[in-house]
Ligand binder design. Structure first.
Ligand code: SF4
Ligand code: SF4
Length: 354
């Protein structure tokens, strides 16, 4: 079946036909951000996750409820973070209870740092599979491998394929040599710059603060056709990131905040279910969301100037201009530009150095 024909099928049928890994690109994703804490602190992390973030994770009750809400979107749903495996027993219990209602996540994301031996890796994958999880996404790139050595990543992939099946593992079969090469890249400023320029991240969150040094600033007019969060249409506005049909991903965090681009809170899953927000349109109730929906981050820049921000003439990227304006505006609009974990990058850097 062609991609478009598959897209019209319910998500579970698509997964049955093509596996979790391919289904992600066909049905797109919806996730529970279990926590902003992580075992590591990747330089490109858009959500600014790290070991120094507060010990906050989703409650059991909310976790099960948000799984119900995510399932209703007919997307491929998953548990992301942060690194949810830091709270393994709590995550497992949520999956088990959600599974009783047919709402278990289809997969979870991990950096593999917990795969310290074969026993733990095999046991946890088996327990999660018994709790209804069908697959896993395992990261591998220079930013992750700065902190995660090749052995756990190799172990994570080997056991994932064994237990979930290759079609349900969204990960490359990266060799020991390639993983070691990734580590060398991140240790070398020149190589890291080259890698970053060939794999351009959105320059927000930690990436917006620590990777911008590799990019040239460009005049505002030139930024208007920059790719959006997930590529999308090259338009001045950011409609495709906030349109329920078009958006690549949608998240609910441990506080119930609904987000697509990280750091812009577009709804509250405690107030009404995610599907209702999606049907209504996220820009309808919130003027700040409407501004970026209609006119991209240029309206944020103008608003920030009204509040006293001194704009630069040039920024390296449209999303980075958005990030800089939002950081300035956050104290005035914390209910939309939040949560604190994403914006408090200075605190993160200081703790990282101590
Ligand atoms: S990118 Fe993933 S693994 Fe890296 S710090 Fe962020 S949440 Fe953790
Ligand atoms: S410019 Fe801002 S709102 Fe638009 S896609 Fe980038 S981060 Fe999201």
């Amino acid at each position: 079946m062609e991609h478009e024909d598959l897209r019209s099928l319910p998500v579970d049928e698509v997964i049955q036909k093509v596996g979790v890994s391919r289904a992600i690109g066909i049905k797109h994703v919806a996730s529970l951000l279990f926590t902003y804490r992580c075992t590591i602190a990747c330089k490109h992390c858009l959500f600014n996750c790290s070991p120094w973030q507060p010990d906050v994770y989703i409650s059991h009750e909310d976790g099960v409820e948000f799984m119900r809400q995510l399932r209703a979107t007919d997307r491929v749903i998953h548990i992301a973070g942060g690194e949810a495996m830091m709270y393994y027993q709590k995550m497992l219990a949520i999956c088990q209870d959600a599974n009783k209602e047919g709402c278990a996540p289809h997969f979870f994301e991990t950096n593999a740092s917990w795969c310290v031996n074969d026993h733990i890796t095999q046991t946890r994958y088996e327990e999660l599979k018994n709790a209804g999880i069908l697959g896993v996404l395992i990261s591998a790139d220079p930013y992750h491998q700065e902190f995660v050595s090749p052995e756990p990543r190799i172990r994570a992939y080997k056991w994932a394929v064994e237990i979930f099946g290759e079609e349900n593992v969204a990960a490359s079969n990266t060799s020991y040599e390639q993983l070691s090469e990734f580590r060398d890249i991140v240790k070398n400023e020149h190589k890291l710059a080259e890698y970053s320029l060939h794999h351009v991240p959105r320059l927000v969150g930690r990436a917006g603060d620590v990777l911008t040094r590799f990019y040239n600033d460009r005049p505002l007019d030139e930024l208007s056709e920059d790719p959006l969060w997930h590529g999308g249409h090259k338009t001045r506005d950011c409609k495709s990131e906030f349109d329920s049909q078009e958006m690549w991903e949608i998240h609910i965090d441990p506080y119930g905040n609904i987000q697509t681009c990280c750091g812009i809170i577009i709804g509250d899953a405690h107030k009404k279910p995610l599907l209702e927000w999606m049907k209504q349109g996220f820009h309808v109730e919130n003027e700040l969301v409407n501004m970026v929906y209609e006119n991209g981050p240029y309206d944020y820049l103008d608003l920030a100037v009204k509040y006293g921000y001194k704009p630069k003439e040039k920024y390296p990227q449209k999303c980075n201009m958005c990030w800089e304006a939002r950081k300035f505006l956050r104290p005035y609009f914390p209910e939309t530009f939040g949560p604190g974990e994403i914006y408090d990058t200075e605190r993160e850097h200081k703790k990282g150095e101590s």
